[in-house]
Structures are given as structure tokens and as C-alpha cells.
Design a protein around this ligand. Structure first.
Ligand SMILES: Cc1cc2nc3c(=O)[nH]c(=O)nc-3n(C[C@H](O)[C@H](O)[C@H](O)COP(=O)(O)OP(=O)(O)OC[C@H]3O[C@@H](n4cnc5c(N)ncnc54)[C@H](O)[C@@H]3O)c2cc1C
Length: 262
């Protein structure tokens, strides 16, 4: 038997960089370095562990929708051990919202062929955590989200979802969509061998026409959400320095009380 896993990986602006909005109030992606969303590294890791623990032939495809530089995110996932990559890139995608992004991802997943889709719990920039549910709805398959443990056995995906009051054991028959949390297991670092091997792994590029998507189904003008205004965060002011000359603890407590923290 074989198992085809598609892992959705997002290329996000580096949160430690200086991020700005462009004139049309979308994120200025040209002005800041990007990287593979850290939360998606957990999704890649779980796909690799499923593969390593399986007697079946497992093929792991990593998929991103994003600009030219999003290839960097794919290369990182390939160097961790994924087998191949798909990059969906098209100028008409500029400003596409979550609904449009889920359409593009779903069409690409269908075209690639899949038994299991693994997503992160949220991207580190948009952080909506809605894409896995939107994908399951569009693909018409079960969703098992926010798993901190995941395994595949006999055509069934199983996992544990930890809540505040209880942990649930969940399962769904394949094909299915799952999302995994940052508690699912530390993501591995790419080895030197992995980095070298990634250079030779196939990266397929698709645009909207490859996916039979019309330009009026995506893009800023067709987004359901609109950003009306954005204001830059004010520059940080210098903090209050408390010099401890015997009264430091008291001063600290007074400061916290004045800010209503205690
Ligand atoms: C070029 C480009 C321009 C965009 N411009 C805008 C804009 O102007 N306004 C706007 O509202 N949105 C825009 N988006 C979409 C936005 O960045 C998000 O991808 C989308 O809204 C999903 O929301 P999220 O990031 O909160 O995903 P979440 O639901 O938090 O993500 C959950 C998981 O879904 C997967 N995922 C999410 N996005 C992608 C992706 N792009 N590729 C692969 N996997 C993914 C990952 O596995 C992730 O862990 C743009 C996207 C692209 C690619």
C-alpha cells in the first residue's frame, strides 16, 4: 500500500524583521525577509514520523501558495526530509484572503493527489487557524484538528487533542485533513546531507490556470475581508529602570500595582 501525504507550508515574513504595510494595505512582502512558518515545521515533522513508522510506501509532498521567495520555505521542508514540493505562484494572487487561499490550496491538493493533508495549527503571521477547516470543507473530507499526537494505521488517522479540561482521542478514515500543534514533537533540524539532497528534489510550479481557477475568484478585489486603515505601532519608549539600593523589590511591587498587574 502507499500513503500520499501533502503538508501545507506557509512562507511568512520574519517576525523579528521590520514589517510594514504596502500602499494598498496588504503586507509589504518585498520589504522583509521571509521563512518557513515555524508552526508548519511541526507539520513536516509529523509527516516524516508517520513515514518512518510506516511499513507502507509514504510520499510526502510539501505545498505552498506564495510569492517567488516562498521557494525558500519549500527548500527548508525538503531539507528536513520531504520528497517533493509544489509551489503555486501567480501575480493575480496578490491580496488573496483566507477563503481564496483555501480554494487555491484545495485545488492544488486535489491535483497532486492525497490520502492525508497535514497543516500547522496556525500561520505565524495571519494566525487565524482557519485553513485546515476550510480545506476539509472544500475537499469534502473529515477534519481532525489541533492534534498533539498523530499516527496512521489501516486507512485511519488517529490523534490526541489536548483541551483545558480533557484530552480527546480522535480518529477519521482517510482521506482526511489534520492540523498539528506545537506540542506534537520538536521539529528536526535539516542535516547537511538533507540540505544537499534537497537541491535535487523536484519542485513543481503551478499558476492559477494550471488549477482551473479564474482570476475573479482570488486577489485583493475579490477578498471577503478588507483592511480599511492601518497605523504603524509607535516606537518603543525607554522603560523605567529601577536601581536596587535596598528598596528595589518595593519599587517593583509599586510599579506593578500602579499598572494594575498586581
Ligand atoms: C501572495 C499572498 C498575498 C496575500 N495577501 C493577503 C492580503 O492582502 N490580505 C489577506 O487577508 N490575506 C492575504 N493573503 C493570505 C494570507 O496570508 C493567509 O495565507 C490566509 O489568509 C490564511 O490565513 P492564515 O495565514 O491566518 O492561515 P491559518 O489558518 O492560520 O494557517 C493554518 C495552516 O494553513 C496552512 N497555510 C496557510 N496559508 C498557507 C499558504 N499560503 N500556503 C500553504 N499553506 C498555508 C499552513 O499549514 C498553516 O499552518 C495572502 C497570501 C499570499 C500567498
Amino acid at each position: 500500500m502507499s500513503l500520499r501525504i501533502v503538508v501545507t507550508v506557509k512562507y511568512v515574513p520574519d517576525a523579528t524583521g521590520d514589517r510594514h504595510f504596502a500602499d494598498d494595505l496588504t503586507v509589504d512582502r518585498d520589504d522583509v525577509d521571509g521563512l518557513l512558518s515555524e508552526l508548519d515545521e511541526y507539520a513536516v515533522e509529523q509527516a516524516l514520523q508517520i513515514s518512518e513508522n510506516s511499513d507502507d510506501d509514504v510520499e510526502i509532498t510539501v505545498l505552498t501558495v506564495g510569492p517567488e521567495d516562498a521557494k525558500d520555505a519549500l527548500r527548508k521542508a525538503l531539507s528536513m526530509g520531504a520528497d517533493k514540493a509544489i509551489h503555486v505562484e501567480d501575480d493575480d494572487l496578490h491580496g488573496t484572503d483566507a477563503i481564496g487561499t483555501s480554494l487555491v490550496l484545495a485545488k492544488a491538493i486535489e491535483k497532486a493527489g492525497y490520502d492525508l493533508v497535514i497543516s500547522g495549527m496556525a500561520s505565524t503571521d495571519g494566525t487565524m487557524g482557519v485553513i485546515p477547516a476550510l480545506l476539509a470543507e472544500r475537499l469534502g473530507v473529515p477534519q481532525v484538528t489541533l492534534l498533539s499526537e498523530v499516527s496512521v494505521e489501516d486507512g485511519t488517522v488517529k490523534g490526541r487533542r489536548d483541551g483545558d479540561a480533557a484530552s480527546e482521542q480522535l480518529e477519521a478514515s482517510l482521506p482526511a485533513v489534520v492540523s498539528v500543534t506545537d506540542q506534537s514533537g520538536e521539529a528536526r533540524y535539516p542535516s547537511f546531507k538533507g540540505i544537499m539532497a534537497a537541491k535535487k528534489k523536484p519542485v513543481q510550479s503551478w499558476d492559477l490556470s494550471d488549477l482551473d481557477i479564474d482570476e475573479d475568484e482570488v486577489g485583493l478585489e475579490n477578498a471577503y475581508t478588507t483592511v480599511d486603515a492601518a497605523t504603524e505601532r509607535p516606537a518603543r519608549t525607554a522603560g523605567t529602570i529601577v536601581k536596587d539600593e535596598g528598596e528595589g523589590g518595593k519599587q517593583l511591587a509599586e510599579f506593578l500595582a500602579s499598572q494594575k498587574f498586581i
